[in-house]
Design a protein around this ligand. Structure first.
Ligand SMILES: [Fe+2]
Length: 360
């Protein structure tokens, strides 16, 4: 068994300000990578710039990371970062800016390389230090080595071939308090999918289960907030962030499984939010698992049955009917990906995958 998650994590209110000296220790000029609006709206951008200012560290802002960032965006940000002389990268936001920050850090360090280098395995690769500050509660990217980019050449989303763990993750639940309920819902379902797909996974270990068990029970505490039955408290926001980070620690051990693989195409073709797209397949995936696996995830997540979990999914995300030809396309892509198929903890063939996709 192996457990590896080398990112140092600080969690708690005002942790960015509290750890500003450590943030400043990574370089002389930061490239701040974020989306257009939310980092400013939720206070995280101001916290980061105040911390850098107080330590006399310069910074440049690249705030053009879109949802499901493209390879083109990474290359544009690389040019910008090189021009600005950035020597470390701070990603602030949901999975998109954090994933982009990792890829940008790689490409700035390797400034003579073309975009194909993102998808070229290189054991000798190096990158600038990355700090991640999540402002949604799903991706867990702050504690994973994954960077998923939209690749128009491949016609889907795909993870780069470099395992880039951030040096530092700073997790402050306050940043969730201004997030729209739809963002909380979609990202919390992503966190749920990470935790479930780590347990129902051929590479599951007792160490990864430690993350899953704790992550699901923390996750389950805020279901009522996601259902809209009550307002979120600061404790809820902290719990949602913690569950998301634990989900990241979990997938850092095993990788995601079939629901994520099937979900990418729905996001690429329909613009369906990532968490909702993975959740679309999650219940059917659980139904294929052993009784013991089902009991483990349902018990820790606080659902009496898979049907109850499906009702929860419908209430928070809404189940969309997806064109069968698109689902069939997702199925054939997955069938052509033996590494991903091998993540399932049960035997799979085309019929099983079609059942998970809702085609049988
Ligand atoms: Fe995910």
């Amino acid at each position: 068994m192996r457990y590896y998650m080398p990112t140092k994590v600080y969690s708690g209110e005002c942790c960015v300000s509290e750890h500003r000296k450590e943030i400043a220790s990574f370089g002389k000029k930061a490239l701040i990578v974020t989306g257009a609006h939310s980092a400013r709206a939720n206070g995280s951008y101001d916290d980061v710039t105040a911390a850098l200012d107080s330590e006399g560290i310069a910074y440049a802002l690249y705030d053009k990371v879109e949802e499901n960032p493209s390879v083109e965006t990474i290359m544009e940000a690389r040019e910008f970062g090189v021009r600005e002389g950035a020597d470390f990268v701070i990603g602030i936001g949901g999975g998109s800016p954090m994933d982009a920050a990792k890829a940008i850090a790689l490409m700035i360090r390797n400034q003579d390389k073309p975009w194909e280098y993102l998808y070229t395995a290189d054991p000798a690769a190096s990158w600038l230090p990355v700090i991640c500050i999540p402002t949604t509660c799903g991706t867990g990217s702050e504690v994973t080595a994954v960077s998923v980019l939209t690749n128009h050449a491949l016609g889907t989303k795909a993870s780069i071939k470099h395992a880039i763990f951030p040096e530092l993750a700073l997790i402050d639940g306050r940043y969730l308090s201004k997030a729209p309920l739809s963002v909380l819902r979609n990202t919390a379902v992503d966190a749920l999918a990470h935790l479930v797909e780590t347990h129902i996974n051929a590479d599951r270990t007792d160490y990864s289960d430690m993350c899953v068990a704790a992550g699901l029970s923390v996750w389950s505490r805020s279901k009522d907030v996601l259902l809209g039955n009550r307002e979120g408290t600061s404790e809820d926001y902290c719990n949602m962030m913690t569950a998301s980070t634990m989900g990241g620690m979990a997938i850092a051990q095993t990788g995601t499984s079939l629901p994520h693989a099937l979900g990418y195409k729905l996001t690429y073709e329909l613009g369906m939010p990532h968490g909702k797209a993975c959740g679309h397949f999650l219940q059917n995936y659980i139904r294929e698992a052993s009784e013991a696996e089902q009991a483990f995830v349902l018990e820790h997540a606080g659902f009496a049955s898979v049907d109850e979990m499906e009702s929860f999914y419908q209430a928070v995300c809404g189940r969309e009917s997806v064109d069968p030809s698109l689902l069939a396309d997702s199925v054939s892509r997955l069938l052509a990906d033996p590494a991903r198929l091998a993540k399932a903890s049960f035997p799979v063939d085309e019929t099983v995958i079609r059942r998970i996709a809702g085609l049988e």
